[in-house]
Design a protein. Structure first.
Lengths: 366, 482
C-alpha cells in the first residue's frame, strides 16, 4: 500500500488487521515482516528557510531531491547519511524517512553529530493509527519529552514518520585530506586519536587496513583548510609517511561512508560501535574476513564468514548490528544487539505503548 | 501556580520513612528538621516555595537505589535535585515529597583524552567538568550562564544549552551515556563511551525529561579540544529588523559563528548602566564570536563585518586584544545581574524561527505597553532562543500575577509563529499549564505513556511538565494506595 497523504496513512494503520512492513525506498534492508506499507507517496518539501538553517519535508521525499535543493543554497545534510544500495545490492530511491528511522550517519558524525542530532521535529502515525507530533522546527526546544530522538533509530517500530523538520548546515567551501601510511591498527587508532584531539576540527577519521592508510579530513574555508591540513600533517608525521591532498576528496569519503570496500565481496556484514581505543583488542578476536574503520576506530565494519554470530566474540562494551546476511542467517541471529534485561523491558514497554497491537515491523528490533 | 495538595497519609508516615532511610544512609544524609529542609524549599524560581517532607543526600548510586526502593515501597513521591538553579521550578518540592539531592556525588570517575570522554557523578558542577580537563586544553562544550553553580544532573534533566551551542550543540548532543536509577531502585546503564544506541534511543528521551523518568547518577560526556583562539565583534543597528536581516545573511553566507547574541535597547541601557562596558546606545546590538587560529579568525571576521557593513551599522567594533574581547562580553554576561539591580524580573525562554524576530520583538513591545511592565530582550540570535526579561515589583500586590500573564502571552506568541515554549530552561511548573498551547491532547498523552513505562506509579517529580488536569488520573492511584 502506498498512501498519498498523512490522513490516508493513518486510516490504513488504524484499519490494519496484521503486521505491516514499513518502507521508504526499500534500500536499507531493514524492514520487518508483513504487508508492505510504502511511505514514498508522502513526498515534497514543505518549508525551507536557508537563513534559519531549517527544512521541513514529507518523510517519503527522496534524499537526492533534498540534497539538490540544499545544494542550491550551498547547504547540506551535515551528518552525511550513507547510501546502503551498494552494500546491500538493493535498488530503489532512499527516502528521508528511511534515513532518520535508521539514524543513518556517515563519517562526519564524530564532528557534527548523528542524524538524530539534526532532527528537530516529527509528525508520525503510531500503531493505533493516531497522528502525533513532537518537537518543532526551531533549533532549541526542550518543551516536554524528546520523542524526536526516540523516533530516530526506531526503524518504524514505534510509528510511521510522515513529516520531518531538520537542521541543515552550510556546505564547506573546501575539503582537504591528510593520508598517513601506518604499520598497524594500533598506530592507526593512535594517529586518529591525535587528530581528533587536536584543535583542527577534524570532520573525518578513517582507516583502511587493506591499504594500510589512515585518512583525516578537514573542511571549511579554503585558507583555513590549507592551514589545518598542514598542521595535521606535522602532527601525524611521526606515525608514518603522511601527505595531503586539497579538494577532490568527495569520492574517497563517499567510499568510506558507503563501505565500498565490501561491495562485491561475499559474506555477512556487521556494523559495530565501540570506544575507539577498544577497536584494537576487538579486531584481534573477531576473526573477520575483512575490516574497515571509521569514526577514529569507534565504527567498525566487519565482513564475516556467513552465519557467524559476531556478538559471541565481542569482548568490549558497545553494540553490533547485522547489516547484511542471508534470510537464513537473519532468522538465526538477531539483527540488533539484544539489550540487558532492564533496558529490554523499557524498550518492550515503549513498543507496547506506541504499537499495542504489534503491527509495526514486529520483531524487527526485539 | 497550583500544586497538588499533600497526601495526609504520607505526611503521617514521616517517622517510619526516616527510620527506614536512616538504615541505608549515613546519619548526616537524612535531613528531616524543618529548619534544615527549608534549604530545599525552592529552586531559582523563587516565587514558589514549599519545604519538602524530607531531604536526602546520598553519596553513591547504591544509596540512591536504596532510597528510591524504599520510597517506591512506601508510595512517596521523589523530586530529584542537582544544584537547584532551575528557572522553571523543576526542583520545587511538594510537602509530601522526598528531595533527593545529588550534590554530594561530585567525583570525576574517569578522564579519557584518547577517546575524548569524561565520566562524572552528576552532582558535579558544569564548570568543574571543564575544570577537570583544562590542564590538557580540553573542555565540556555546553555552557549555561549558570555553569558555576548548576550540576550536570540538572543539565541532563533540562537538556540545558549555552551561549556556544550554535556550534557545539546542547546537552543532548554531548551526552554519551548515563547510569540511571529507576523509581523501583533498578540501576540501568545506557550508552557509554561508544557512539549511538544499539536499540531505541533511550538516552535521547531521558535527556530533557526533567527528573520524571529516573535519577541520573553518573554520566559519560563528550569533551573537546579547545580551539586555538576566539574573538568577538560587536555590531550596533538602529532597528531590530536590520539586525535580524544581518544575522540571516551571515548564516546564509556559510559562516557559522560559535555565538550570535542579540540585545535590544532596554537591555543595552540596563547593562550599560550596570557594567559600563561602553556599549553604543542603539536599538539592537549583536555580539558575534568566531573561533580558530589568528588567520582563520581574521578571515571569518572579515566576511562577517563585510556583511554587517552592507546593512549600515551605527557601530562596529572588533576586539583587537583579549581586554577588548572581555569588554565586549562584559555587558552581555552581566545582563541578568543588571536586571536584578533595577528590579525583580522574570526570565522567559521561548524559541522562535529566527525569521520571525522583528515581528515578535514588535509584538512584545506592544504588549509591554498593554500590561504596563517593561521588558528587555537578550537573545541567542543564531538559534532563535529568546530571553525576554519582564521587570516587575514583587512587593507590589498583583504585579507578579500581571507579569506571569504577560509572560504567558509572550510564550503563546512564540508558539504561534512556529516556535516553542522553552528552548533550554524546561517546563517545570512555570510553563506546565501552557503545554496545551503547543501540543494537542493526543501529543501530551503520547508523552505521558512514556512516563508510564519508566515510572508506572507516577512517583518521580509527578506534578511537573504536564498540566495537572492531564495527569490527574495517573497520579490519583498513588494517592489512593496510601
Ligand atoms: C540483493 C538484496 C539483498 C537484500 N539483503 C537484505 C538484507 O540483508 N536484510 C534485509 O532485511 N533485507 C534485505 N533485502 C530486502 C530489502 O532490501 C528490504 O527488505 C526492503 O527493501 C527494505 O527497504 P527499507 O524500507 O528498509 O528501506 P528504507 O526505506 O531505506 O528504510 C530503512 C528503515 O526505515 C524504516 N522506514 C522507512 N521509512 C519509514 C518511515 N517513513 N517511517 C518509519 N520508518 C520508516 C524501514 O522500516 C526500515 O527499517 C535485500 C534485497 C535484495 C534485493
Ligand atoms: C542565573 C541563571 C542563568 C541560567 N542560565 C542558563 C543558560 O544559559 N542555559 C540553560 O539551559 N539554563 C540556564 N539556567 C537554568 C538552570 O541553571 C539549568 O536548568 C540547570 O541545568 C539546572 O541545573 P541544576 O543542577 O541546578 O538542577 P536543579 O535546579 O536542581 O533541577 C532541575 C531539574 O532537574 C531534575 N534533576 C536534578 N537532578 C537530577 C538527577 N540526578 N536525575 C534526574 N533529574 C534530576 C530536577 O528534578 C529538576 O526537574 C540558568 C539559571 C540561572 C539561575
Amino acid at each position: 500500500m502506498t498512501p498519498q497523504s498523512e490522513a490516508e496513512l493513518a486510516d490504513i494503520i488504524a484499519a490494519a488487521k496484521g503486521p505491516m512492513s514499513i518502507r521508504g525506498g526499500g534500500t536499507r534492508g531493514s524492514s520487518g515482516e508483513g504487508d508492505p506499507l510504502s511511505v514514498a507517496g508522502l513526498s515534497g518539501v514543505t518549508l525551507y528557510e536557508p537563513g534559519a538553517l531549517t527544512l521541513v519535508v514529507q518523510a517519503g521525499t527522496p534524499v537526492e531531491e533534498v540534497k539538490k535543493i540544499l545544494a542550491g543554497e550551498n547547504q547540506r545534510l551535515a551528518f552525511e547519511p550513507m547510501d546502503h544500495r551498494g552494500l546491500l545490492g538493493t535498488q530503489g530511491v532512499p527516502t528521508m524517512g528511511g534515513v532518520f528511522a535508521a539514524n543513518t550517519s556517515g563519517p562526519r558524525r564524530i564532528q557534527s553529530g548523528a542524524a538524530r542530532d539534526f532532527l528537530l521535529g516529527v509528525r508520525f502515525v503510531d500503531g493505533r493509527g493516531d497522528v502525533l507530533s513532537n518537537g518543532g522546527r526551531v533549533m532549541k526546544n526542550v518543551t516536554g519529552y524528546d520523542l524526536v530522538k526516540l523516533m530516530a533509530g526506531a526503524y518504524g517500530t514505534l510509528g510511521v514518520l510522515s513529516e520531518l523538520s531538520l537542521k541543515v548546515l552550510p556546505m564547506a567551501e573546501a575539503c582537504g585530506t591528510v593520508a598517513v601510511d601506518v604499520a598497524d591498527l594500533a598506530t592507526a587508532v593512535a594517529a586518529m586519536s591525535v587528530a581528533l584531539g587536536s584543535p583542527y576540527d577534524v570532520t573525518g577519521a578513517a582507516y583502511d587496513p587493506d591499504a594500510g592508510t589512515v585518512f583525516i579530513r578537514v573542511e571549511g574555508f579554503e585558507t583555513s583548510v590549507a592551514y589545518r591540513g598542514e598542521a595535521l600533517l606535522q602532527a601525524l608525521a611521526k606515525f608514518g609517511e603522511a601527505r595531503m591532498t586539497l579538494g577532490e576528496g568527495a569520492a574517497l569519503w563517499e567510499g568510506i561512508r558507503d563501505v565500498a570496500a565490501f561491495h562485491d565481496k561475499p559474506g555477512d556484514v556487521w556494523r559495530i560501535s565501540v570506544k575507539p581505543s577498544d577497536a584494537i583488542v576487538l579486531a584481534q578476536t573477531l576473526g573477520a574476513t575483512a575490516l574497515q574503520f571509521d569514526w577514529g576506530g569507534g565504527l567498525i565494519w566487519a565482513l564475516m564468514e556467513e552465519g557467524t554470530d559476531l556478538r559471541a566474540r565481542m569482548n568490549v562494551p558497545g553494540h553490533a548490528t547485522l547489516v547484511r546476511a542471508s534470510a537464513q542467517t537473519r532468522g538465526a541471529i538477531a539483527r540488533f544487539q539484544p539489550e540487558p534485561a532492564p533496558l529490554a523491558a523499557i524498550s518492550a514497554g515503549l513498543r507496547a505503548q506506541f504499537d499495542p497491537r504489534a503491527i509495526l515491523s514486529p520483531g524487527l528490533m526485539g | 501556580m497550583e500544586m497538588p495538595s499533600p497526601n495526609p497519609a504520607i505526611l503521617a508516615c514521616k517517622s517510619r520513612l526516616v527510620e527506614r532511610l536512616a538504615k541505608v544512609l549515613p546519619a548526616d544524609a537524612v535531613i528531616e528538621d524543618e529548619a534544615e529542609t527549608r534549604a530545599y524549599e525552592c529552586d531559582a524560581l523563587t516565587a514558589y516555595k514549599c519545604p519538602p517532607l524530607l531531604a536526602v543526600l546520598p553519596r553513591s548510586t547504591q544509596e540512591v537505589s536504596d532510597v528510591l526502593r524504599i520510597c517506591h515501597e512506601e508510595g512517596v513521591p521523589v523530586v530529584p535535585r542537582g544544584a537547584g538553579t532551575s528557572l522553571a521550578g523543576g526542583a520545587l518540592p511538594t510537602a509530601d515529597c522526598v528531595i533527593l539531592g545529588v550534590a554530594r556525588m561530585n567525583d570525576v570517575l574517569e578522564t579519557d583524552y584518547a577517546n575524548r570522554t569524561i565520566r562524572v557523578q552528576t552532582g558535579r558542577t558544569n564548570l568543574s567538568v571543564s575544570g577537570a580537563v583544562e590542564e590538557e586544553d580540553f573542555f565540556y562544550a555546553p555552557d549555561p550562564s549558570s555553569q558555576l553553580a548548576c550540576a550536570i544532573a540538572g543539565n541532563i534533566a533540562m537538556n540545558s544549552g549555552g551561549a556556544h551551542c550554535l556550534k557545539y550543540g546542547v546537552t543532548t548532543n554531548n551526552l554519551m551515556g548515563v547510569t540511571m536509577v529507576m523509581m523501583d531502585g533498578t540501576v540501568v546503564e545506557i550508552g557509554g563511551a561508544h557512539l549511538d544506541a544499539g536499540g531505541l534511543d533511550l538516552l535521547g528521551v531521558i535527556c530533557g525529561s526533567e527528573g520524571q523518568l529516573g535519577v541520573v547518577t553518573e554520566a559519560t560526556l563528550r569533551i573537546l579540544r579547545k580551539p586555538e583562539g576566539a574573538r568577538p565583534v560587536l555590531i550596533g543597528y538602529d532597528s531590530n529588523e536590520v539586525a535580524g536581516a544581518c544575522v540571516s545573511d551571515i548564516i546564509k553566507a556559510g559562516v557559522l559563528p560559535v555565538a550570535i547574541e542579540f540585545m535590544d535597547r532596554p537591555c543595552i541601557e540596563a547593562c550599560e548602566a550596570f557594567a559600563k562596558a561602553g556599549y553604543p546606545m542603539c536599538e539592537a546590538l549583536l555580539i558575534i564570536e568566531v573561533e580558530g587560529s589568528e588567520a582563520e579568525i581574521d578571515h571569518q571576521l572579515r566576511l562577517i563585518t563585510d556583511i554587517a557593513r552592507s546593512h549600515n551599522p551605527v557601530e562596529l567594533r572588533e576586539a583587537t586584544d583579549s581586554d577588548e574581547a572581555a569588554r565586549i562580553w562584559l555587558g552581555r554576561k552581566s545582563a541578568f545581574g543588571a536586571m536584578g539591580q533595577i528590579n525583580d524580573y522574570m526570565c522567559l525562554d521561548g524559541t522562535i524561527p529566527v525569521t520571525s524576530l522583528p515581528h515578535v520583538l514588535r509584538r512584545i513591545g506592544e504588549m509591554s505597553k498593554e500590561f504596563g511592565l517593561a521588558v528587555a530582550n537578550v537573545f541567542h540570535a543564531g538559534d532563535g532562543n529568546m530571553h525576554p526579561l519582564i521587570l516587575f515589583d514583587a512587593n507590589k500586590p498583583g504585579d507578579l500575577e500581571t507579569c506571569e500573564a504577560f509572560g504567558a502571552e509572550i510564550l503563546k506568541l512564540c508558539v504561534e509563529v512556529g516556535g516553542c515554549l522553552t528552548g533550554e530552561h524546561g517546563v517545570g511548573i512555570e510553563k506546565r499549564d501552557l503545554m496545551l498551547h503547543q501540543y494537542r491532547p493526543a501529543d501530551i498523552e503520547a508523552q505521558l505513556r512514556v512516563k508510564d513505562v519508566f515510572d508506572p506509579k507516577w512517583l518521580l517529580n509527578p506534578a511537573k511538565v504536564f498540566p495537572l488536569s492531564t495527569t490527574q488520573s495517573r497520579r490519583a492511584p498513588a494517592m489512593a494506595a496510601e
